[in-house]
Design a protein around this ligand. Structure first.
Ligand code: F6P
Length: 540
């Protein structure tokens, strides 16, 4: 029977454990006390190795967290998800993104429909790649949120698997500064537009699609049917828009879980059908791991449990993601939607207000760039922010000769930086250690003790490091699925619906009401601030 985790008796045991040893847990001492800590707290999942040993946990913490998961019926919740029960109860829907990556004949729900849809989408992608849809050199993908972030992130991450003669552009923002520069460099006859919207009602996407259509016709384009395709679960609306070729999908695919569906069309165009199938295979391998691995070795479960430990016991309100691979620079943005739109909820499944914290703020930047921006705060700021490092062992620069050697050396520098950051966060530096160092340039009158305090680091700052052997379609698929399941785990323990997003609706409705006022300048009935700002923004 599913239970909200703060209503479980194990919750009180965890609170007691936190008070007794969790609050004062010192990661450095834990390594001294246990030579086998790395081995005990590192885990293998398909395509992903995870080092959890630099976290404020030990065997006792994990045992209690696992007991919590069991007492809350996590396994039953997981099985209900994978079986296709309507776990998204506020929208009356199943949540079956896992079915999208189940192989043909696997017996997964909707397998025949999924395979037919996949085959049709991949056949189309290959026809574009072979030039059968005309001399297409540029694909403009128009979508937002889940209809943008996933495909955009994956295409960027798998750039090494793409083709130079086929460029993918992603336009999401209703701000015309997104679309205009993309169109400025294109010619209609060489351009294919993919309009991606699950609902086909999203203001931003429809506005950009209309603008793209107008540009296409004005710039001499003639064959809309050939140059515009849609990916949507509302193919009727796509047809009404004037698009003949629409790839449909189902309401049981959530927007932020949709890159595995026909929403992944730009990925398939960029990297080809075989690589798209590899992406699915990697995700499926992680699905199998999530479905079958004992909780003690189940990586999405373990990561989710540590998230609960930090969010609800330590009170950490954010988590930073630092992928040490330039191709993964959009991963933090993708994860923001995945985690914060899924788990940024304030009531439980029965509508009761929660008294525990839910989604942390998820944010980050590719390493090493982040080191020269916000890592200062991670090291010496007053808040503790767990960091998730992602390291990729083998690069794929596609270079040769001397450049390849130089880049191989740079890759070692990249990895050394990644390791050094988690080491520094954990180790810290005492004021005494700082004092013993040769004094750097500083004001001659500055007291050395004062300087040493500025130059000390508290340390004991937790981090997790995920390691991929290489960034491939398969490993990326597994990595994304790992995150999806981890988000499900925390949401299930918090007893929330991770699959709706009512919180975005109010702003959309108010926007529709304000829109005509931006033309008329009418401020009647508005609050003082909105009225004042609107008056300032109206162009006479
Ligand atoms: O506004 C939030 C949201 O509904 C997301 O959940 C979704 O991914 C995005 O908008 C785009 O929606 P659609 O694919 O229907 O255009």
């Amino acid at each position: 029977m599913a239970k909200r985790c703060d209503l479980s008796p194990v919750w009180a045991q965890l609170q007691a454990h936190y008070a007794a040893s969790g609050r004062g847990f010192d990661i450095r001492q834990a390594f001294v006390a246990d030579a086998g800590r790395f081995g005990a707290l590192s885990f293998e999942a398909p395509e992903v190795f995870a080092d959890l040993s630099k976290n404020r946990i030990d065997a006792a913490t994990l045992a209690l967290l696992l007991a919590l998961a069991r007492d809350c019926g996590l396994e039953a919740r997981r099985d209900a998800l994978l079986r296709g029960d309507p776990v998204n109860h506020t929208e009356g829907r199943a949540v079956l993104h896992t079915a999208l990556r189940a192989p043909a004949g696997s017996g997964a729900p909707f397998n025949a429909e999924v395979q037919a849809s996949l085959d049709a989408m991949l056949a189309f992608a290959e026809s574009v790649r072979r030039g059968e849809r005309g001399d297409i050199t540029d694909v403009v993908h128009i979508g937002i949120g889940g209809s943008d972030l996933g495909p955009a992130m994956v295409v960027q991450a798998l750039q090494a698997f793409g083709r130079r003669d086929l460029k993918l552009h992603f336009v999401s923002n209703v701000d015309g500064h997104d679309l205009a520069p993309v169109l400025a460099a294109l010619a209609p006859k060489h351009t294919l537009f993919v309009i991606a919207s699950k609902t086909f009602t999203t203001q931003e996407t429809l506005a950009n699609a209309q603008a793209a259509k107008a540009w296409f016709l004005a710039a001499g384009g003639t064959d809309i049917a050939r140059h515009f395709v849609a990916t949507s679960s509302n193919t009727a609306a796509a047809a009404a828009f004037g698009i003949d070729t629409a790839f449909g999908f189902w309401d049981w695919v959530g927007g932020r879980y949709s890159l595995w569906s026909v929403i992944g069309l730009p990925i398939a165009i960029a990297v080809g059908a075989d690589n798209f199938r590899e992406l699915l295979a990697g995700a499926h391998a992680m699905d199998q791991h999530f479905a079958t691995a004992p909780l003690e070795r189940n990586l999405p479960v373990l990561l989710g449990l540590v998230d609960v430990w930090y969010r609800n016991f330590h009170g950490f309100t954010s988590r930073s993601v630092a992928p040490y691979h330039q191709g993964l620079r959009r991963l933090p943005a993708y994860l923001q939607q995945l985690e914060m739109e899924s788990n940024g909820k304030g009531v439980d499944l029965d509508g009761h207000a929660l008294s525990l914290g839910t989604s942390p703020v998820v944010w980050g930047e590719a390493g090493t760039n982040g080191q020269h921006a916000y890592f200062q705060m991670l090291h010496q700021g007053t808040d503790v922010i767990p960091v998730e490092f992602i390291a990729v062992k083998r690069p794929n620069h596609g270079a040769s000769g001397e450049l390849a050697e130089k880049l191989a050396d740079q890759h070692r520098k990249l990895l050394a930086n990644c390791l050094a950051q988690s080491q520094a966060l954990m180790q810290g530096k005492t004021a005494t250690e700082a004092l013993a160092e040769k004094a750097p340039t500083a004001s001659a009158t500055l007291d050395r003790d004062v300087l040493s305090r500025h130059r000390s680091f508290p340390g004991n700052r937790p981090s997790t490091t995920l390691v991929l052997d290489a960034l491939t379609p398969r490993s990326l698929g597994a990595l994304i699925a790992l995150y999806e399941h981890r988000v499900f785990v925390t949401g299930a323990l918090w007893g929330i619906n991770s699959f709706d997003q009512w919180g975005v609706e109010l702003g959309k409705a108010l926007c529709n009401q304000l829109l005509p006022r931006l033309e008329s300048g009418d401020t009647v009935g508005l609050d003082g601030s909105t009225a004042g700002l609107l008056t300032r923004l109206v162009v006479a």
